[in-house]
Design a protein around this ligand. Structure first.
Ligand SMILES: Nc1ncnc2c1ncn2[C@@H]1O[C@H](COP(=O)(O)OP(=O)(O)OP(=O)(O)O)[C@@H](O)[C@H]1O
Length: 374
């Protein structure tokens, strides 16, 4: 019973055994229910271990289904072999060809390229020279590659990577592209010159079913909480709420926040109410993640949209222009990106007397959006 002194936390106590297992970039020790995907990825990467260029791979699946984790696990294993160099690039952060190659440079040389700025050609040359010199195979994972598409950088980036062995004889590079945007047809959206050299193996990550979600979260809770902190009914509830979107990140965030709520009450156990209360925040982890990757002007437009939700596009543009001084072309590009990201819905509609115009609406509650822009 709460309120009973025996159930109360003292100052130096915590419900957490290891809070870091609930952090966003934690790589879990056990990684179950992805056996066939790991097998397929290993198959594609096996030539690298033999010193040859691996097969290129395209990994797709909705958010929070273990794609990044699978790549991290495999890269961890491959990295233990000196002849294979692995670099994972987060394209949400590095969303141009130059930025991607700077990251590859850093991964290979273990220091950043000169900040004075060297030409792309030079950067590329230094990377490939080094690979040839050391006789290393490079495996590049372009994680969240959809961001390269939003910035129109995907074709150039892939073209350079895929043709590296022609431009620089002896360079062996394999690519894994990872996309969580199911509305994006990766191959179709590339230039034909890239399509002709990019025929990747495909590996799909479906959403986990309810039992798998429960199993994974139970394991995480066992590592993260002291024994007896979360009961089976509460864990079931967390799993059910997670299954609504299928994004495991929701469940992991929910466990952590529910734990913090229990601590706030100085309780040693998580109650149903701790879970319900936490869900209001946790259900938006995907939104928070999308917003975090945006530039200042992109965030400005989201703010304007939230403040003018439901108004016509003209009013939104005027307010954006007032706030940023940016013109219609940039406005339109950002609208497209936000639409692709699922932050807004942009639909063409016939408006009486004004022909066709775009109707914009936020895909989330305006208040939730504004809260996360603070
Ligand atoms: N099978 C699993 N076992 C344990 N934890 C998992 C498993 N699958 C995913 N996770 C956890 O779920 C969270 C999300 O996983 P991950 O980042 O790999 O998903 P993703 O598919 O790459 O998502 P996104 O497409 O949004 O980048 C991570 O915290 C990860 O540790």
């Amino acid at each position: 019973m709460t309120g009973d002194a025996g159930d109360m936390l003292s100052w130096d106590e915590s419900v957490f055994r290891d809070e870091s297992v609930f952090e966003i970039d934690h790589v879990p020790e056990t990684f179950r229910h992805r056996e066939s995907q790991l097998e397929n990825l290993k198959y594609a990467l096996r030539p690298a271990v033999r010193g040859s260029r691996p097969l290129n791979t395209m990994v797709r699946g909705p958010p929070g289904t273990g794609k990044t984790t699978a790549v991290q696990k495999l890269f961890g294993e491959l990295g233990a072999r000196t002849e294979v160099r692995t670099v994972r690039v987060n394209c949400q952060v590095d969303s141009t060809r130059y930025a991607v190659f700077s990251r590859l440079f850093e991964g290979i040389f273990e220091y950043e390229p000169p900040s004075s700025g060297i030409s792309f050609k030079k950067l590329f040359g230094q990377i490939t020279d080094r690979l040839v010199e050391e006789d290393e195979v490079l495996v590049v994972a372009l994680d969240d590659v959809n961001y390269l598409f939003y910035e129109n950088e995907a074709s150039d980036t892939l073209y350079s990577l895929l043709r590296a062995h022609e431009a620089h004889s002896g360079a062996k590079i394999g690519v894994i592209v990872v996309s969580s945007d199911l509305g994006l047809d990766v191959i179709d959206d590339l230039d034909t010159r890239v399509q002709s050299v990019f025929r990747p193996e495909e590996v799909y990550f479906p959403v986990y079913d309810a039992t798998e979600i429960y199993d994974i979260l139970a394991e995480r809770a066992k590592r993260g909480f002291h024994e007896g902190v979360i009961g089976d009914a509460e864990l079931e509830r967390v799993a059910d709420l997670t299954a609504e979107s299928g994004d495991l990140r929701v469940g992991i965030d929910l466990l952590r926040r529910a734990g913090l709520n229990a601590e706030m009450r100085a309780s040693k156990t998580i109650s149903e109410a701790d879970v319900e209360e936490a869900y209001d925040k946790s259900k938006h982890v995907h939104l928070s993640r999308s917003l975090r990757g945006l530039s200042d002007s992109e965030r400005d437009l989201v703010r304007v949209l939230a403040e003018h939700d439901g108004e016509r596009a003209g009013a939104v543009y005027d307010a954006f222009n007032d706030a940023t001084g940016l013109g219609y072309t940039r406005y339109s590009e950002i609208i497209n990106k936000l639409d692709q990201l699922g932050v807004i819905d942009a639909e063409y509609a016939d408006v009486e007397g004004r022909g066709r115009s775009r109707e914009l609406s936020l895909a989330y509650d305006a208040e939730a959006v504004l809260d996360r822009l603070e």
